[in-house]
Design a protein around this ligand. Structure first.
Ligand code: PLP
Length: 403
């Protein structure tokens, strides 16, 4: 994999901040976009733009074709059985809210239970809490050990005959832990319980195969996979999606409307009320083409090298503690240096051109479990280099000495 050449595809990486070359290590929050993605947005607005699905004219048909081809690209990317199983949403958050609402309506009543884990992003906690208020369901939480691994025996014990769904993150956005999702799914399925995986931090780094996982629902966001903002995916097994009622009402999602009665469209449109972001879906397909051409296995291997190297170098820094030391980890490293507040570290690194994230990373319950307020988080992507990690390590050490 030629990282120098890859970097040329990302114009933003050439810029400076505060007169220093940008070192972008905030890929967990969002990734930068290659030229092919940005150009796709401009090209489609300039040469194809027209609303999809309802038009007989040339532009509308062409825009529809691009939009539906993108659905097929996503299907192929995660190896879903049918493009009917690919629901376009605004992002992971919207996808989980959609599912929480629809599952709540169709399959949950007072006293039913949903299992999540200690390491969830707020977007896989709060939608279920809203359901607690609306439907009187109960939330149960899989605990973890100090390395940041879920306690599987405790998980088994949480399952009861009232469990209606297990909803956990594939990869933790704070700890980097890659959860044993196949085992989690197997255990749930043995009890006849469906599983939702939040794949926001997995899809950019791992080859995800929803059929091999046998997962019932899977969500992710395009903007974390080198695609545009405003697009996400809810994958669902067709049999499940067929059982669920629509989420929102409006255009696209109907078959026939009268004032007396409305019938709903087939999958996936039943869940896609209103004009979709068809420009965004085309750009997302370009991002998928881009990373597929490089090869997910090569991306994973490169990021693994970066993470191993950074972990080793971080351990040389006096007083630095890494949060998340599971053996099976993705390219995220959260850390604190003794006596230095994470905001101070982040702010000083920023002045040196290094973009890292600081704070609770939308995982406040996890912070409470760790007994801290927040961390500094470096997260690596396809275009990061060992030299950038050397710079990060040197600057963290310099900040440490300043304190
Ligand atoms: N889940 C995880 C694990 C995340 O890391 C994020 C974003 O950081 C989300 C969900 C929410 O994604 P989005 O803001 O794109 O909806």
């Amino acid at each position: 994999m030629d990282v120098t050449k890859i970097r040329e595809d990302f114009p933003i990486l050439e810029r400076e901040v505060y007169g220093k070359p940008l070192i972008y290590l905030d890929n967990g929050a969002t990734t930068q976009k290659p030229r092919a993605v940005v150009e796709s947005i401009v090209d489609e607005y300039y040469s194809v733009n027209s609303n999809v699905h309802r038009g007989v004219h040339f532009l509308s048909q062409r825009a529809t074709e691009l939009h539906e081809n993108s659905r097929e690209s996503v299907r192929n990317f995660i190896n879903a059985a049918s493009s009917r199983e690919i629901i376009f949403t605004r992002g992971t958050t919207k996808a989980i809210n959609l599912l929480a609402f629809c599952m709540g309506e169709a399959c949950m009543k007072e006293g039913d239970e949903v299992i999540i884990s200690t390491m969830e992003h707020h977007s896989n906690i709060v939608p279920w809490q809203l359901l607690e208020t609306r439907k009187g369901i109960r939330l149960k939480v899989i605990p973890m050990n100090d390395r940041g691994e879920l306690l599987m025996d405790e998980y088994r014990n949480l399952i009861t005959d009232r469990t209606r769904l297990v909803s956990v993150t594939h990869v933790s956005n704070v700890l980097g832990t890659i959860n044993p999702v196949k085992e989690i799914i197997n255990i749930a399925h043995q009890a006849g319980i469906p599983v939702l995986l939040d794949g926001a931090q997995a899809v950019p780094h791992l080859q995800v195969d929803v059929r091999d996982l046998d997962v019932d629902f899977y969500t992710f966001s395009a903007h974390k996979v080198y695609g545009p903002t405003g697009i996400g995916v809810l994958y669902g097994k067709e049999a499940w999606l067929d059982r669920l009622p629509p989420y929102q009402g409006g255009g696209e999602m109907i078959q026939k409307v009268t004032f007396e009665k409305t019938t709903f469209n087939e999958l996936p449109y039943k869940f896609e009320a209103g004009t979709p972001d068809y420009i965004g879906t085309t750009a997302f397909a370009k991002a998928i083409d881009y990373i597929t051409a490089i090869g997910m296995d090569k991306i994973a291997a490169h990021e693994h090298t970066l993470t191993e190297y950074a972990t080793r170098r971080f351990k040389e820094i006096e007083g630095l503690r890494i949060y998340g030391e599971a053996p099976h980890k993705s390219s995220i490293i959260s850390f604190l240096v003794a006596g230095i507040h994470h905001f101070d570290m982040g702010t000083l690194l920023d002045r040196l051109g290094i973009a890292v994230r600081t704070g609770h990373h939308c995982a406040q319950p996890l912070m409470q479990r760790l007994g801290i307020e927040g961390t500094v988080r470096a997260s690596f992507g396809v275009y990061n280099t060992l030299q950038e990690i050397d710079a990060l390590v040197a600057w963290i050490d310099r900040v440490r000495k300043m304190f």
